[in-house]
Design a protein around this ligand. Sequence first.
Ligand code: SF4
Length: 76
Amino acid sequence: PAPLVQDSDPQAVALGYKSDATKADKAKYPKYAAGQQCANCALYQGKPTDAAGACPLFAGKQVGAKAWCSAWAKKA
Ligand code: SF4
């Protein structure tokens, strides 16, 4: 599988990505709400049971199911 995105990766920093969604920077991203995570983001490509999956914003890598970034969008 593709390597996991690290919080320190430049793209992760740019998007406010945190591998632990609860560590999201609430001051910088006031739209973050508890419960938001990659697993329930419209862009997440992983299966519900997967610990990580692809995201088009992080080409060639995997994002954690319990991670979050500022591009989070509610699944329709
Ligand atoms: Fe996770 Fe969605 Fe951000 Fe991709 S866009 S890293 S799936 S929150």
